[in-house]
Design a protein around this ligand. Structure first.
Ligand code: ADP
Length: 449
């Protein structure tokens, strides 16, 4: 019975219910009318009582026959209309089923596309923010059990309401979807930055929802921040020598100065110009190295030759320093770019000379240690204070002690060494005691013989 009810839906059941009532009403009206008017009509035309009795018998039979025909006709009509309605309902059901299947397959296709994207895609209710769909990437980044949560809850744990910049209220105006909103969001849960594109769309149940595609832009944001920092440090570093040069030039132009002072001013200007030149050279070197490090071809290199070449180059650079080479000839080769590794070693050796102003021994050597070749450059110079040890490899960082300040530099040489080592799968570190010299170490994976 229950099944029949479902098949026929509410409309047919009510029709079935009303059919007997309709038949009874028509029967009462027709029968009542016949009883009321037929006797009066008869008395008008017939006066003979015997004839009246016979005609009334005939009238009775006619009434039975007519009402039987009327009932049969009414029942037949109702059954026919019910049958037609049932057929229409069956057809409608069939079409709805086909439509539902088409919708389901379309939804599956769209979720397959969304699942293949490396971006978070989700659908949330425009008013309650209830999450209705989250793609594979979204589940990986946030969490699997997202059902029954709101987008604010899952994307920004700890937040109870929508984000400050959530564009939900701008997506639909008086029932009309507006053009997509593009905005940036920062997740408190993962620390990631996303660029979000939001649009109001109709959900499968007909309500308006928010479809969001969020692309991870964390790396871009980080690069942007680094670029800004670099530009600000570089500007500061360039401005310092420029200010000095402009100051002395103005003095020379504005005041009568004797020849001795002129020479002093001009030599300061020259020094600052050289500093500026050095800074630009080092910076360009670093940029060039950063650009060429990736994808550069590495070949097996003899460490002994690499060290002896650099030691020879610096051998006669200073009378106050002695350079000692300490490298076993059978040290394994390393894989790398000769020019870049040479430049890194030259930077370490020139620092060793620069930061030991009183002279002393500078030793350069290499040893084989647990699959790595460890190269060192040791000096007996002014050393590095403990709090600066971790910072000397940062771009533009210079140790700020009176002894270090006396020595000119750009703060880019060690940054270049670190970048070179990272590109070679190696490491750089320093051990030092202020006043007792420093030892810089480079470690590179040894080539298997
Ligand atoms: P710079 O051009 O200033 O020498 P680097 O990047 O080569 O730049 O070095 C960064 C800082 O590390 C230097 O300014 C200096 O203070 C310190 N430093 C580098 N090498 C030595 C060393 N051998 N002895 C003492 N301090 C050093």
């Amino acid at each position: 019975m229950g099944n029949e009810d479902t098949k026929l839906f509410g409309i047919s059941i009510s029709k079935v219910r009303h059919a007997p009532l309709k038949v009874a009403t028509v029967y009462i009206l027709a029968g009542g009318g016949w009883i009321l008017f037929s006797d009066r009509l008869l008395l008008w035309f017939v006066q003979d009582p015997q004839l009246i009795t016979r005609v009334q018998t005939l009238k009775g039979w006619f009434f039975v026959l007519a009402s039987a025909l009327l009932i049969a006709w009414l029942v037949h009509r109702n059954i026919e209309s019910l049958r037609r309605e049932e057929q229409m309902l069956r057809q409608e059901l069939k079409e709805r089923k086909i439509l539902g299947e088409a919708l389901r397959s379309q939804f599956n296709e769209i979720s397959t596309i969304f699942d293949s994207l490396n971006a978070v895609v989700y659908v949330a209710d425009l008013e309650s923010n209830e999450l209705l769909y989250l793609n594979r990437y979204g589940k990986e980044v946030f969490r699997e059990d997202w059902h029954g949560t709101s987008c604010c809850d899952i994307l920004h744990t700890g937040r109870t309401g929508p984000c400050e910049s959530c564009p939900s209220n701008q997506l639909l105006m008086e029932g009309v979807p507006q053009s997509p909103c593009i905005w940036e969001s920062h997740s408190h849960l993962t620390g990631k930055w996303h660029q979000c594109i939001d649009k109001a769309v109709r959900w499968t149940d007909g309500r308006w929802v928010r479809l969001e595609i969020a692309v991870d832009i964390t790396e871009m944001k980080l690069l942007e921040k680094m670029k800004m920092e670099l530009v600000s440090v570089l500007t500061h570093e360039i401005r310092t020598p420029l200010t000095a040069m402009m100051g002395y030039t103005e003095l020379l132009l504005a005041q009568e100065v004797d020849l001795f002072q002129q020479k002093a001013f001009l030599s300061t200007i020259q020094e600052e110009a050289e500093r500026l030149n050095e800074l630009i050279d080092d910076f360009l070197d670093l940029q060039r190295v950063e650009a060429t490090l990736i994808g550069h071809e590495h070949i097996p290199l003899s460490v002994a030759k690499l060290l002896s070449d650099v030691a020879t180059l610096f051998g006669c650079a200073s009378e106050r320093h002695v350079i000692r080479l300490d490298c076993a000839p059978d040290i394994p080769t390393v894989s790398g770019d000769e020019g870049q590794l040479q430049r890194a070693l030259k930077n370490l050796l020139s620092n060793a000379l620069k930061y030991s102003p009183d002279g002393g021994e500078i030793s350069i050597g290499a040893r084989h240690e647990r699959g790595d070749v460890v190269i060192w450059v040791r000096d007996e110079g002014i050393g590095i204070p403990p709090d600066a040890i971790d910072r000397v490899f940062e771009k533009f960082y210079r140790v700020n002690t009176p002894a270090h300040r006396m020595i000119r530099g750009t703060g880019l040489g060690l940054a270049l060494v670190r970048e070179t080592m990272e590109a070679h799968g190696g490491m750089v570190w320093v051990e030092s005691r202020p006043g007792n010299g420093s030892t810089f170490f480079l470690s590179l994976p040894a080539c298997s013989s």
